[in-house]
Design a protein around this ligand. Structure first.
Ligand SMILES: Cc1cc2nc3c(=O)[nH]c(=O)nc-3n(C[C@H](O)[C@H](O)[C@H](O)COP(=O)(O)OP(=O)(O)OC[C@H]3O[C@@H](n4cnc5c(N)ncnc54)[C@H](O)[C@@H]3O)c2cc1C
Length: 474
């Protein structure tokens, strides 16, 4: 069966577009959630929507599951071939198809890298606003599937606020266009439903999105604190004072030390925490706003507030922040980035609880996150070759998510459920909620061949199944 499928896929997409066998498919056995791994049988790299449609039809003919994959930067195991089958990697479909500045729209193939959209229009003063920290690698198709956010979504909104239309290959191979360039359409917002559906509704092949003007003026500051408590109290203090920064990000001491070692920006490595506060808008009045934000930082215990004096300094600061999780790679052989969301005012309390969870489970945990959104990213440091430590990471991750739920928050701010958080779905959704969502999925994906085994809990716990699989693999 596999041989016939591989031959047919090669006939459709070309010999160089089909990978099969362990050696060729090994790098597709996980995404950036490296705790769970499954080998696909085949990986195919189509070049057009029509090829994607034919690939889907061939997989379906064989009754094989298929999973869309962008850059594999997902942090919840969404792009994993959990039940084997075919991975459809969109990375060769990366063309910018249309730039329509008069209507402020851009259309790109799904495999286009997020940053490529902004780069295509930045010289003319525009940008694609949602900017995940992984934006130099992740694809716009992956962003749609995860409804991704980023540092600047505090002011500008997440992917669903910017994507107006998608071309999608449904799980039976039919190609449909949902939405388009128009801002509003009658009928149900199907594009909105596809955003955040984690690749379970079909394979997105084209995305039409809004462009926004680059802000005319920007002020970027680095506020340095002796303690995490002071930094987190400042976050609600700034927003409560009526200032909505374009971005409000936090890094704790371990992260500061890792990024300083990697980028030599001049971060104070003895600080307990730093906040990056960015304000943007019209030049008039921006200095006054920045002065207020600086005063608020100082009033909440900042020991100094530095301003980025030049564009180069601002760029370097953002590069350090956006590559912080990569820099955390210096701290341990493996890391697992959690993703919970809580009301901003609960930041001091929940961060103390996270530190306590780390102590209880004998794990180092560092934090770098979208503080203004209350979107936490505790990074658990460990060695994935140690099965006992992996168990502690999973237990600590669960405890962190429970702390977020208990604080009135939720189990994901932007990374999705994937396989990682399936067992936590029941902590925020009732059986009826799950049933309704599952029925919606079945409208798009009735045979469950498209990205099966994701999002929805089964009777057997996901962690239980995964640990069993790992103990065989280890
Ligand atoms: C260092 C780092 C920093 C990060 N920072 C952020 C951040 O600031 N904000 C944020 O939101 N996320 C962040 N992420 C998570 C990740 O980058 C995003 O979820 C991103 O959108 C994933 O894009 P991708 O192309 O890598 O998708 P993949 O990882 O390949 O896939 C993710 C999911 O999308 C589905 N999918 C991918 N392409 C398609 C398609 N064309 N059609 C249908 N389904 C598809 C997959 O099946 C899977 O379920 C970060 C990750 C890393 C490693």
């Amino acid at each position: 069966m596999i041989e016939r499928l591989v031959n047919d896929l090669r006939a459709v997409c070309g010999a160089d577009a089909v990978l099969a066998g362990r050696d060729e498919t090994l790098v597709y056995d996980c995404d950036a959630y490296t705790i769970d791994k499954h080998l696909p049988q085949v990986v195919v790299l189509p070049r057009s929507t029509e090829q994607v449609s034919r690939v889907v039809q061939l997989a379906r003919r064989e009754g094989m599951p298929f999973v869309a994959r962008g850059a594999g930067t997902g942090l919840s195991g969404g792009a994993l071939a959990r039940q084997g089958g075919v991975i459809i990697a969109l990375t060769r479909m990366k063309r910018i198809l249309e730039i329509d500045l008069r209507n402020r729209r851009i259309t790109a193939e799904a495999g286009a890298v997020n940053l490529a959209l902004t780069r295509a229009v930045s010289e003319r003063g525009y940008q694609y606003a949602p900017d995940p920290s992984s934006q130099s690698a992740c694809t716009i198709g992956g962003n749609v599937a995860e409804n991704s956010g980023g540092p600047h979504t505090l002011k500008y909104g997440v992917t669903v606020n910017h994507v107006l239309g998608v071309k999608i290959v449904l799980p039976d191979g039919e190609i449909v266009q949902l939405g388009g360039k128009a801002a509003e359409r009658p009928g149900y917002d199907l594009t909105g439903i596809v955003c955040g559906s984690e690749g379970t509704f079909g394979v997105v092949t084209e995305v039409t999105a809004r462009l926004v003007r680059q802000p005319p003026a920007v002020r970027t500051m680095l506020a340095v604190f002796n303690s995490v408590d002071d930094a987190t109290n400042t976050v609600s203090g700034i927003i409560a004072a009526g200032i909505v920064p374009a971005a409000l990000e936090m890094m704790d001491q371990l992260v500061i030390q890792a990024v300083e070692a990697a980028f030599k920006f001049g971060f104070p490595t003895d600080a307990g925490a730093c906040l990056i506060v960015e304000l943007d808008g019209l030049e008039a009045g921006l200095d006054r706003q920045a002065e207020r934000a600086r005063a608020l930082c100082m009033a909440h215990g900042a020991r100094e507030v530095r301003s980025a004096a030049t564009t180069a300094e601002r760029t370097a600061l953002w590069m350090a922040r956006k590559k912080a999780i990569g820099a955390a790679g210096r701290l341990a052989p493996s890391n697992c980035t959690q993703d919970g969301v809580i009301p901003r005012t609960k930041l001091p309390q929940v961060l103390r609880e996270i530190a306590e969870i780390g102590r209880r489970h004998r794990l180092r945990i560092c934090n770098v996150f979208h503080a203004g959104d209350g979107n936490l990213h505790p990074v658990l440091l460990f060695d994935e070759r140690d099965p006992e430590e992996v168990k502690r990471v999973l237990a600590a991750g669960s405890a962190i998510l429970q702390a977020c739920v208990d604080a009135g928050g939720s189990i994901t701010g932007e990374h999705g459920i994937g396989v990682e958080k399936i067992d936590h779905m029941r902590s925020i959704f009732s059986e009826t909620d799950l049933e309704v969502m599952s029925r919606l999925k079945q409208v798009f994906n009735p045979e469950e061949l498209c990205n099966p085994g994701k999002i929805f809990p089964t009777s057997k716990g996901c962690v239980e199944v995964m640990l069993k699989a790992r103990s065989v693999a280890l």
